[in-house]
Design a protein around this ligand. Structure first.
Ligand code: EPS
Length: 390
């Protein structure tokens, strides 16, 4: 499967074209819109989220609620576009309108794509970079992921996400919680956290960052259950599924690190406390007695839950800006102040969940016959049975 996204943050719309979902798979607007609504929530977001009410239109590839096998085009309109038609329009503008009409940016914000992107493409107006590097783009990544998530749910794979840390406030992650409870608690929580005892502290941390004109980051965790054993590859570096999942996480705006299972803790422990002992039982077949490796061995799924965490840095757009250099005058200046969120970690958890869903679905589609949905499902179930009886 593949998808491409297009769209500027304050342009008319965001678009994605998805290719490779099996034909005959049920897919309706709500499957996508539910995910889009989840992504818009979360304590710490700025005013933009009050302007937008993200809904996707399915413009191709689906007929009467089922995929056709042809590319699926999804479009999400930007409500904010109406305030930006002059600034972001595709038509040339008169020279005398240039300054006012462009809202030109010449002061790059440290930590953003502004300066490197401007040098890369030769943009003297860094709005040309900012508009596309904005995390607004994650809207349609979630839309694409939502279609993948639908595929996963239809083949018995559940995926959830939650926030484990915000601005140095850590949740006590209870590993005995069921997926259902993680989902229920995180969905109810304004910070998508399963531990109610730290929720307020996380919100206070966001409030104080906002008061100080600052921003804070955090850690999100995605858990997926029900993947068949042996999806991915130990044979080819570019088909190792853990590597693809890691790349998907790091590709989310502002993500700087990723770990599976006990993750970086593995560096501090002996092998006997890192690897998961293998067991067998008649009903389940092979299983691991623990899941410290987070569902992957040798680039392939073990059949245990996939547990992956990503770290998001604080959003670099600050009301208390850091020093930068104006690219016109080369004089030191405070970086441009743009409207922003003080914390987008709860929303980023939903993004992470959906981009991971995409990678898992993609690996399944690649590994199993996938032209017709029904046969695809049968093949996956055959593999599950094969692994149980092996
Ligand atoms: C973002 C800046 C803000 C965020 C935006 C990401 O947008 P604006 O520039 O319009 O205030 O709200 O996130 C979204 C619009 C979104 O949908 O998540 C940035 O610079 O990355």
């Amino acid at each position: 499967m593949r998808y491409l996204t297009a769209g500027e943050s304050h342009g008319p719309q965001l678009t994605t074209i998805i290719e490779g979902l099996p034909a005959g798979m049920p897919l309706v607007d709500e499957d996508i819109n539910n995910e889009l609504a989840r992504r818009q929530k979360g304590y710490g977001r700025g005013r933009r989220m009050q302007i937008e009410k993200d809904t996707a239109q399915i413009l191709s590839g689906v007929r009467h609620g089922f995929t056709l096998g042809s590319p699926i085009a999804l479009v999400v309109e930007n409500n904010d576009w109406k305030h930006w038609t002059n600034i972001m329009g595709a038509q040339p503008i008169e020279e005398e309108q240039e300054d006012e009409g462009k809202r030109k940016i010449t002061r790059p914000r440290p930590g953003h794509a502004d300066l490197n992107g401007a040098i890369k493409y030769g943009h003297r107006d860094m709005r040309n970079v900012l508009e596309r590097s904005s995390a607004r783009e994650t809207t349609v990544r979630v839309a694409a992921g939502a279609a993948a998530k639908k595929l996963l749910s239809l083949v018995g794979i559940e995926i959830v996400s939650h926030v484990t840390e915000i601005g140095g406030v850590s949740a006590n992650v209870d590993r005995s919680l069921t997926l259902e409870i993680i989902k229920e608690r995180s969905e109810k929580s304004p910070v998508r956290c399963t531990d109610p005892s730290v929720e307020k502290e996380m919100m206070d941390a966001i409030d104080s960052a906002k008061e100080n004109g600052d921003s804070i980051g955090g850690i999100v965790e995605v858990i997926a259950t029900g993947m068949p054993v042996g999806v991915g590859s130990y044979v080819h570096y570019d088909r190792k599924l853990d590597a693809r999942v890691a790349a998907a996480i790091i590709s989310i705006n502002a993500f700087k690190g990723v770990e599976f299972g006990i993750g970086f803790e593995a560096a501090r422990k002996p092998g006997s406390e890192v690897h998961d002992e293998i067991g067998w039982d008649e009903r389940k077949g092979y299983f691991r007695k623990t899941n410290r490796l987070g569902g992957f061995e040798g680039g392939m799924t073990t059949g245990m839950p996939i547990v992956v965490r990503g770290v998001m840095k604080p959003i670099p757009t600050l009301y208390k800006p850091l020093m930068s250099v104006d690219i016109e005058t080369k004089e030191p200046f405070s970086a441009s102040i743009e409207r922003s969120d003080s914390c987008a970690v709860p929303a980023a958890a939903v993004v992470a969940e959906n981009v991971v869903a995409w990678e898992l679905a993609n690996a399944l589609v690649e590994q199993f016959y996938s032209d017709r949905f029904e046969t695809f499902l049968e093949e996956i179930n055959k593999q599950r049975q094969f692994a149980r009886e092996f």
